[in-house]
Ligand binder design. Sequence first.
Ligand code: UGA
Length: 445
Amino acid sequence: MNISIIGTGYVGLVTGVGLAAIGHKVTCVDIDSDKVAAINSGKSPIYEKGLEALLKKALKQKLFEATGDMKAAVEKSHVTFIAVPTPNKKDNSIDLSYIKEVSKQIGLALKEKHGYHVVAVKSTVVPKTTLETVLPLLQMHSNKSAGREFDLCMNPEFLREGVAVADFLQPDRIVIGVQNKKAEKVMREIYRPIQSPVISTSIESAEIIKQACNAFLATKISFINAVADVCENNGGNIDEVAAAMGLDKRIGTGFLMPGLGFGGSCLPKDLSIFMGVKGGNGYHYGLLKEVDNINRRQRKNFVKKIEQKLSTLEDKKIAVLGLSFKPDTDDMRHAPSIDVIDALIGRGAAVKAYDPAAIKNARLIFGDNIAYADSMYAAADQCDAMVILTDWKEFSGMNLSKMKQLLKKPVIIDGRNMFEPKKMLQLGFDYYSIGRTPTHPWYNA
Ligand code: UGA
């Protein structure tokens, strides 16, 4: 099928390249001509495992191209996906300006087009946006009526950064929100090569499914972090507690990893937007407010832990391992590292940071206020303590004996529970983690 995708951000590009990988002819549209040129030369503007290789393959097979010409791309396609950003405004409501502008432009392109077309919203939107914002703009500017000459679909994405390509090609499920069988048939045909269940719903349900999933995932993380706090204060071990909880099939093992909480561009944003969506009888989603509070508290408590251990942060040298909001990405949006580092330097500490991928983005945030190291060992050299903020695999393989020699004192405060406390005790580390009893070697000497 011939498909156009508006927006070559993380969702648009992964979707475009993924659809080409399953045999469709895809044109991705973006207003940024530098980005278009880079993509057409086989360079992915985002760091995502496996994406560039698939992009190169699709370009070679002539199944994929990027362009700035939205009208031509829409006219020659059967289906257009809207994958533009929907950021939140200062007051946490959703900013629909991009989606409104592209709906207008798609409408104008459809006016000139002959034949049936499906417009699928992939951007994350608040309930009712598809039918109350996108639809009227499409109808007004195309001068065509939905349900006959074109149809609308809401097709949310569930892509995790770092594994987005795999998530696209082997999703747990595909959700298509449609108003009639004709559009459903087209959407099912697009995803036919993918062996995953396709759930057909109303457009409103599809919108809510996306936000409810992210809000639920955020709730699970905050829940386990609150339990970790209970463990810390009552002698429990969160690893044991989470493992046993997860074995209950009704709870499940996923997203029960305690730590510094959730960051990134999606969970925090969707949580605050969903919080603002009213339920019946003026109900506000107070539960989600607490999920957000726990997430913020998690970062503050971590800084307190570092401060308590070092007595004061004034003039202390701290090695920070991990800057991105999670491993396998260079994305620092809403990363716990931002709050933690700001608090550390705000209280007089000097920070030397290392991250396998996010140093470039970190420089844009912290500038010269912190120092940057090109390895975890260089970061630790002559520091008073080491803190771990992201669970990069590379860190779990560190040579701990070497680290002990490099640090001024063998102190590690681990925000991602990457090591076994028992092993750290044997190695002589003063080791603090989340929801587990700290180890203090000299107490046991
Ligand atoms: C999230 C969802 O997982 C995707 O399904 C969704 O499509 C995407 O948002 C989106 O809306 O576009 P992502 O933001 O890439 O994906 O990251 P996650 O893997 O969900 O992790 C989010 C945060 O939670 C990270 O900071 C991670 O460190 C943290 N986390 C995750 C925990 O602290 N504990 C866990 O057990 C799991």
